[in-house]
Write a protein that binds this ligand. Structure first.
Ligand SMILES: Nc1ncnc2c1ncn2[C@@H]1O[C@H](COP(=O)(O)OP(=O)(O)OP(=O)(O)O)[C@@H](O)[C@H]1O
Ligand SMILES: [Mg+2]
Length: 304
């Protein structure tokens, strides 16, 4: 489940009232000298199968990441795409502190990630809500160790449910909510703990196309207002171009970053109605499609 971990620092609840600087549309992300928020330096991850090697020369271990380097700026919306099994989730888990690198380092604010922390919140494809708690209860639960006063907890939880458009659904249980609504609760829960970094692993993959577009708009609006750094994984090129300031395309496994493609559109432009017909959108989409297609073919070679 996301947002686990404990926090007792009195300062944590202050995060909720912190004003984050508005997003600067003129920032050119990741181009030297910027304010780096997340940095991966030569990251390798090998999963060893239980029992190690089957026979001599016939290793059961899987090399998921093969020396990945990436630098993500503070406030950037960074999307990763890549063929299935190339190590995207593995990388996100490393940034979340849910697993450790075999070699190399992941830094947040220049400090090595040593485990999960309240500076990062993760939203997965599956909602991972507590079924016996209401929408409000689910968000309140994430705040339990952060905000001592129960009234204050309720107030913060309600604010975040309002932010994701669930004002009329505080008392509904997960089974009474649609897939898109459940994912909104998961997003509200992630945002409520006041993380600097939002980690999202295919968060909209399980919802219908129209709901997905609405959720994308809402996420872009919310992150634009809050200035959070977002690392977002998707299989959808359209989702990548719509959401990202920059898109990293990963190679087939063992994954590294093959190319980083900046999206030449401001967030306000992306939120306008006819953006998908613009030259910038269409050409970026095409470029990503070409890059991804080559890697998908390479991945098919590897596995088949
Ligand atoms: N806990 C694990 N134990 C063993 N192997 C693993 C483990 N987690 C991932 N792998 C392997 O590492 C590789 C990368 O997996 P990962 O889940 O990161 O891929 P992905 O890019 O997120 O794929 P998808 O797009 O399908 O979600 C895969 O070959 C997978 O089988
Ligand atoms: Mg994955």
């Amino acid at each position: 489940m996301s947002n686990n971990g404990s926090a007792s620092e009195a300062g944590e609840s202050a995060k909720h009232s912190e004003t984050v600087p508005a997003h600067d549309h003129d920032l050119r992300y990741g181009e030297g000298g910027g304010d780096v928020k997340i940095e991966a330096i030569d990251v390798w991850k090998t999963f060893s199968a239980r029992g190690g090697k089957k026979k001599k020369g016939n290793s059961l271990s899987t090399e998921a990441l093969g020396g990945l380097n990436l630098s993500i700026s503070r406030g950037e919306f960074h999307v990763i795409i890549g063929p299935s099994g190339c190590g995207k989730s593995t990388f996100l888990d490393l940034v979340a502190g849910l697993t450790t690198a075999t070699e190399g380092t992941v830094l947040i604010d220049g400090k090595p990630v040593a485990g999960p922390g309240l500076d990062r919140a993760t939203v997965f494809q599956q909602y991972a809500l507590l079924p016996w708690k209401t929408a409000l209860g689910n968000v309140e639960f994430a705040l339990e160790n952060l905000v001592k006063d129960s009234k204050e907890r309720r107030k913060i939880a309600a604010e975040y449910l309002d932010l994701v458009g669930l004002k009329d659904f505080y008392g509904h249980h997960p089974f009474e909510l649609s897939g898109g609504m459940k994912q909104r609760v998961a997003i509200a829960r992630a945002l409520a703990v006041g993380p600097d970094v939002l980690l999202m692993d295919e968060p909209f993959a399980a919802v219908d196309a129209l709901t997905r577009e609405i959720l994308q708009h809402d996420l872009l609006r919310i992150t634009q207002e809050s200035g959070k750094t977002v690392l977002f994984i998707t299989h959808s090129i359209d989702e990548a171009v719509f959401l990202a300031d920059r898109v990293s395309v990963m190679t087939a496994r063992p994954g590294v970053i093959k190319e980083i493609v900046p999206v030449p559109l401001t967030r306000s432009e992306r939120l306008s109605d006819d953006i998908k017909a613009s030259d910038a959108y269409v050409s970026t989409r095409h470029k990503l499609w070409e890059l991804l297609n080559k890697e998908a073919a390479a991945a098919a070679d590897v596995s088949g």
